[in-house]
Design a binder for this molecule. Structure first.
Ligand code: PMP
Ligand code: GLN
Length: 389
C-alpha cells in the first residue's frame, strides 16, 4: 500500500502468478515430471536452430528489426497462409510480427477495445485473455464449453451478444480442452459476427496440431476478411517456445490498429529468431505432417495411460493437452488435487478450474500435456497409476 491504496491497480487485482509459473515452480521444487506448462522437452528442427545461429553470426537481427517484423518473415508468413489456407495477404500491410501470440493478443485488446466494451470468449480461457481484456478495460463475457465434448453452444453465443459487444475472442484448437471448431460452427459464428458487425480475434497457435477434422482460419470465411484479427505463433509449431515469435494477419486497417499498440509494448523483439522462423515456415509439408503424427501418437500414449490410471479422459481433437476428470478418484477440487499430486506421485498437472469464471464448471478438470519424450510419458503414467492404489 502507498497513499492508502494497493500498489497493483484495480484492473489487475486478483491476477496473481500465472498457473503455469506456479505449477512449473512446483515441479522444480519437488523434482516431479512436469506435465503442466505446455512446452516440449525436445527442441525443434536442428536446421532451424542453425538458421538462428547463422543469423546471429551474420549480424542479421542483432539490432532493432523493423517495427512490423523483418520482410523475410512477413513474406514467409504470407506465403504460409496462402499455401495452407489459400489466403492472399500483403506482407507489407497485412502481416505484423509480435513477441509471441501473447503480445499479439494483448496488443489486439489494447488497440480494439474501449473501456466497457464486452468481449465474448469461450471459457475455460487461456490465462492471458482475462488479464488482457481487463488491462484494456473491457468486460469479459464467458461462453462456457462443457464436458465431455466441449462444443460451443451457439444459441448461447447468439444470446450473449448485446449492443455493447465489441469482439469475439476465439481459440481453436482450444487450450485447454482440445476442442477444434468445425466448419459449420465457424460458419455460424461468422454469420453472427457479420450480422452484429463484430470484430473477431482468433488465437490459432495450435493450427498445426489438429488430429481430428481440420484447422480452418475464420478469416478465410465469407465476410470475415475485414473483421478478423488472426493470431498465431512459431512456439508450438516449431517447438521453440522460448523464442517468442508470433504474428497477426488481418486487413490493413486492423493491422495498423494492432501495430499502434504493439509498438509501445515491445516495439520489436527476437531479431535473429525472426530469420530462423522465416525458414521454418518454408519447411516442406512432411515436417508439419510428421510433427502432427508424432504428437497424435503421444496423445494416444498419454490418453491410454491416463485411462488405465483411472482418469476420465476427454479426448482432444487438437493441441497438446488432455483434459481429464478426477471425480472417479473421489476428488472434487482440481486445484487442491494438483497441489498435492507431486507429493502423491511425482507428477505435475494444471487445474482447468482456474481458467473458468464459473468455478463449478471446471471444478474437477485437470490438464496434462503430452509434448514430452515417450519415456517421460511412460514414466508419468506409471507414477499416476499409484493414485488408484
Ligand atoms: N494462446 C494459447 C492458446 C496458448 O496456449 C499459448 C501458449 N503457447 C499462447 C497463446 C501464447 O503463445 P506464445 O508463447 O507464442 O506467446
Ligand atoms: N501456453 C502454455 C500452456 O498453456 C503456457 C505458456 C505460458 O506459460 N504462458 O501451458
Amino acid at each position: 500500500m502507498t497513499q492508502g491504496r494497493p500498489l497493483l491497480n484495480r484492473r489487475l487485482a486478483g491476477f496473481g502468478t500465472t498457473i503455469f509459473a506456479e505449477m512449473s515452480a512446483l515441479a522444480v521444487r519437488t523434482g516431479s515430471i512436469n506435465l503442466g506448462q505446455g512446452f516440449p522437452d525436445t527442441d525443434g528442427p536442428e536446421e532451424i536452430r542453425e538458421a538462428a545461429v547463422r543469423a546471429l553470426r551474420d549480424g542479421r537481427g542483432n539490432q532493432y528489426p523493423p517495427g512490423p517484423g523483418v520482410p523475410e518473415l512477413r513474406t514467409a508468413i504470407a506465403d504460409h497462409q496462402r499455401r495452407r489456407y489459400g489466403l492472399s495477404l500483403d506482407p507489407d500491410t497485412e502481416v505484423l510480427v509480435t513477441a509471441g501470440a501473447t503480445e499479439a493478443i494483448a496488443a489486439a485488446m489494447l488497440a480494439l477495445l474501449e473501456p466497457g466494451d464486452e468481449v465474448i470468449a469461450f471459457e475455460p480461457f487461456y490465462d492471458s485473455y482475462a488479464a488482457c481484456i481487463a488491462m484494456a478495460g473491457g468486460v469479459r463475457v464467458p461462453l462456457t464449453l462443457r464436458a465431455p465434448d466441449f462444443r460451443p453452444d451457439l444459441d448461447a453465443l447468439r444470446d450473449a451478444i448485446t449492443p455493447r459487444t465489441r469482439l469475439l475472442l476465439l481459440n481453436s484448437p482450444h487450450n485447454p480442452t482440445g476442442m477444434v471448431l468445425t466448419r459449420e460452427e465457424l460458419t455460424t459464428i461468422a454469420g453472427l459476427a457479420v450480422e452484429h458487425d463484430l470484430l473477431v480475434v482468433t488465437d490459432e497457435v495450435y493450427e498445426h496440431l489438429v488430429f481430428e477434422g481440420e484447422h480452418i482460419p475464420l478469416i478465410s470465411l465469407p465476410g470475415m476478411r475485414e473483421r478478423t484479427v488472426s493470431i498465431s505463433s512459431a512456439g508450438k509449431t516449431f517447438s521453440y517456445t522460448g523464442w517468442k515469435v508470433g504474428w497477426v494477419v488481418a486487413a490493413a486497417p486492423l493491422v495498423a490498429a494492432v501495430r499502434t499498440a504493439k509498438q509501445y509494448l515491445t516495439y520489436v523483439s527476437a531479431g535473429p529468431f525472426q530469420y530462423a522462423v522465416a525458414e521454418a515456415l518454408r519447411l516442406p509439408d512432411a515436417y508439419f505432417d510428421n510433427f502432427r503424427a508424432d504428437l497424435r501418437r503421444k496423445r494416444d500414449l498419454l490418453g491410454d495411460g491416463l485411462r488405465v490410471a483411472g482418469f476420465e479422459v476427454h479426448q482432444p481433437q487438437g493441441t497438446y493437452f488432455i483434459t481429464t476428470d478426477i471425480t472417479r478418484f473421489g476428488e472434487k477440487d482440481a486445484y487442491a488435487f494438483c497441489r498435492v499430486l507431486p507429493e502423491r506421485c511425482g507428477v505435475v498437472a494444471v487445474p482447468n478450474s482456474v481458467f473458468y469464471d464459473d468455478p463449478e464448471a471446471g471444478r474437477a478438470q485437470v490438464r496434462f500435456t503430452f509434448c514430452k519424450k515417450d519415456e517421460v510419458l511412460h514414466e508419468a503414467v506409471g507414477r499416476l497409476r499409484r493414485l488408484a492404489s
